[in-house]
Structure formats: structure tokens, C-alpha cells
Design a protein around this ligand. Sequence first.
Ligand SMILES: Nc1ncnc2c1ncn2[C@@H]1O[C@H](COP(=O)(O)OP(=O)(O)O)[C@@H](O)[C@H]1O
Ligand SMILES: [Mg+2]
Length: 506
Amino acid sequence: MGRPNIAANFMSPTMYGSLPKALSSEERLSISRNTPMSASLREVQNRTPAKVSAPTRAGRALRRSLLKGCVIVIVVAGYSGKRFIYERAHELGVRVVIIDGPDSWAKTLVGEKVIEKFYPVDFTDEAAIFDKCLVRIKQAEAELGQVDGICSFWEAAQALVASLAERQGLLAHPPAAVENAREKQNTRSCMKAAGLPTPANHLIKSGADVKRAAEVVGFPAVIKPISGAASEGVVRVDSLEQLVKVYERESKKIKAKAIDSNTTTLDDKTAEQERARGRAELTFMMEQYLDGPEVDVDVLLNSDGDVVYGNVTDNWPTIEPYFNETGSNCPSILSLQQQRELCQLSVAAVKCMGFVVGNFHVECKYTSSNGPQLIEVNARMGGGPVYAMNQFVWGVDLVEEQFLGCCGIPSRPYLSKTPQKCIAEFSINAQKTGTLQNVDWVDKFQDDLHVVYARSIVEEGAKVVCVEDGLPTWVAELMVWDADVNKAIAHVLDIEKDIQENIVIT
Ligand SMILES: Nc1ncnc2c1ncn2[C@@H]1O[C@H](COP(=O)(O)OP(=O)(O)O)[C@@H](O)[C@H]1O
Ligand SMILES: [Mg+2]
């Protein structure tokens, strides 16, 4: 096989500009009048509402039976670590169609009988992506019957999903709400307009804006790309001098780098082409530094706007000035009052941005002087360990709830009243820059019954970076469980210490 055509596989930020405008309420009404009700919705309407929505084992069994056989189109599969989502869909009897770039790893899922169809869409011609996806959705209907839902677990595809679902008369996020979540300054404006706490912030579109931003926001502060992800380009700055330096360095880095849907770093030549096409988003936002413990709040809203689930996970301090994730634990060890306030703020944030239903991964801090504050709303299930943590601790299957929600079946997770297991997980950051010489340091933890996983995520011989030289490289990931959350935390930290002692980087 030759080198994949990256442009064809790469969904770029400039694609957002080519999506059709959000429909008017009349247009939406006309679509919903002319769209036959999906099979899943018909089934829901035929049942007693209280039974379909019951947060009980029997309610869950009924919802699962309604979900079985539903046709769900997933737009962009994401990287191969998201495979478990499609396997879970298969277990639930969901008939999945994936639309993705022609070289996506996910195409093999058809042969493996995990999904029903894989439809390639060439992402090169951005103006045509929306229409090409619509054609594929029609094809799915012709081949598999009516489509019950559209969704994606991939951040960059959320706007496209919103537009496609709106056009098809299917339940999904409103396009404007997705935009409010994606653009960090829109998020801040929505919060402010709703009278919710908003840290001082200012956009930096070019070097000329730096001084004014510093005056408006003050120090300490962070700068971040307005539509970034995975903390890339997010850096703490403590003075104007630092801000000037960091802004220059980070904007250069973004120009030199673009990431495709397989998170492949582009070579120089392709990066140059991507830059010329305006694929790299260069606007930064400077905002007041928020202190205090950071948390993730997983929120589920039912189709009637009810909050049906809220879970707080503590995020551990990062190695500043960067914000590369380190570890987390669930349930949270913050007080119940603090957790309640964090959940309330998260729900208010999601609602003020215009969302009505679905799965949200909200990031917040509990600050020392201003209580709970929002970092950002991700209008999708969180990545990495988030699925497993919610499942282990509360027995809530966020993938299943996402599928139910997008098919119009009530999302009412049947959750455990007390934590079933307590989880702590950790991503080990390299503590030295150089070449990784060994990966066998994980071996001895494989037989530990409390270890869910302990694995190296870079290969022997890989170049790794420590915090003194840039965003640190993750070298390994660990997850442990215990009946007591503090024990789980202590255990994971012991393993981390052991690994740091045995890792050889030269
Ligand atoms: N105003 C802030 N104050 C302190 N830390 C922040 C602030 N904004 C972001 N961070 C840190 O940076 C991380 C990434 O920022 P975020 O806005 O979530 O961007 P991304 O989209 O890259 O995830 C956050 O999880 C948090 O740790
Ligand atoms: Mg974030």
C-alpha cells in the first residue's frame, strides 16, 4: 500500500466555513413534516413514556430492545483507539455505517463484521463534503433502510454531524450550539450573556493584539488556540515578556503542523501545502489563569432537556506551563457541595450555549476565590479513559446513551447508587528528553489484579520530550481500581514512581 493521501483523509478546520448555513425554524419544520418518523421514534411513541424512560433495569432492557437494529451513521471514525465504540455498537445490535476518509483504518471493520458499511468520502474538496456525506446517507437508506440517527465521537466532525442531522430531520446538536462550543471565545460570550462566571479574555489574531490582550486580561494567564484540542498550544504565561515569546513560538508551531484524523504529524512538504490552504487555525485567546483543582463533568441531557446524569472526575495537576493531562480519579474526592456546584455550572453552560440533548464532557476548575469556573464544553463523549471510568464507577455506558439519544430513544441511565469500583488512571509524561531505550517496565504489573491496564504507548527507540523542552510526551498509561478511591490513587502513584525509576531515556 502506498502512502495514504493525507489531504483526502484529513478533515480540516476550513471545512467548517463550507458547511451550509443553519436552517431557519420554518425550514426545519418543513423538513420534519416531510420526513417520515424513523422506526426507532415510532417504536418509542408506541410505548408508555414512563416505561421507556424508567431509570431501572427493566427500563434499560426496553430501551436496548428499541435500539437493537437501529441504523446509525457515524461521521469520521476517529483514531483506531476508538474501535471499542464500534464493537460496543455491534454488541448492542446497532447497524453502524461509517463515513470517513478513504484510507481510514475503520474500513476493515466491515470485513470483520463489526459495522455494516463503510463509505469513503474524499475530504480534499471541502465545499463538496456536506453534499457527499448526504449522498452517502441516502445510499445507506437505500441499502439498509431508514436511518435512525447520525452522530460522531470525533471532535472535528461535530459541526458536520449537526448540519447533516438538521437536513435529515434527525435529532442532534443544533449547528449554532456546536459552534459555540468549538470556538472558545463564543463559549465565553454565551456564558457572559447568561450571567454565568466568565474569566477575563481577549483574542490575539496577530502580534499586534498581544499588548492589548495583556492589558485586558492581566497575569497570570493562559493562551490557547481558539479551536484547539488536547491542550495543544495551551500555555501559562506570567508576564508580558513571556507572553510575547510564547505566542510567537506557539503560533509558529501551529503553522508548521497539522493533524489528520489519524493524528499523524505531517511532513514538511505536506505541512507547507496545508498552511497554504489555510488549514492551520492561528487565532489565540488569552484568558485569566484559573487556579484550583480541575475536573471533568460528564453530563447527559435527555431529549426533553432533563439532566439525567452528571459525574465529576478529578483531573490531577499538569506539569505547567503546559496542560498535558496527567491523571484522574473517579469518583471525585471534592466535597459533595463542590461537586454539586460544578455539575450545576456545567449544565448551565451547556444549556446557555443552545444544546438540548446529548452527551457532554465539560471541563471546569474549582477556583479558590470564585468557586466553580468553566474551561470548555466538549459536545461529545470524552476521549481516553472517560468511557471506561463512567462504566466502571457508575455502570453508565456513555456510548450506549449516545446511540439512544441520537435515535430519539430516551436516555435514562440505570446507574449504581454508590460507586461500583473506584478508579485512578495516569498518563506518564517523559521526565527526560531523548530516545526511549526500554518498554519492559510495564511487564511486572500485568498480573496485579487491581490493574485494569498498564501499557507503554511509545515504542522502544522513540524520541520523547520532557517539560523543559516542550509539551511532554506520554510514554505509558495506567488504570487501577479499588474499593476506596484514595487507595486507587495511591496505587497508581506507586506504579508511576516505579516506572519512572526503571525507564531509560538517553
Ligand atoms: N484559563 C485557564 N486557567 C488555567 N488553566 C487553563 C485555562 N484554560 C485552559 N487551561 C488548562 O488547559 C487545558 C486545555 O485547555 P482547553 O481550553 O480545554 O483546550 P483544549 O481544547 O486544547 O482541551 C485545560 O484542561 C486546563 O488544564
Ligand atoms: Mg479541553
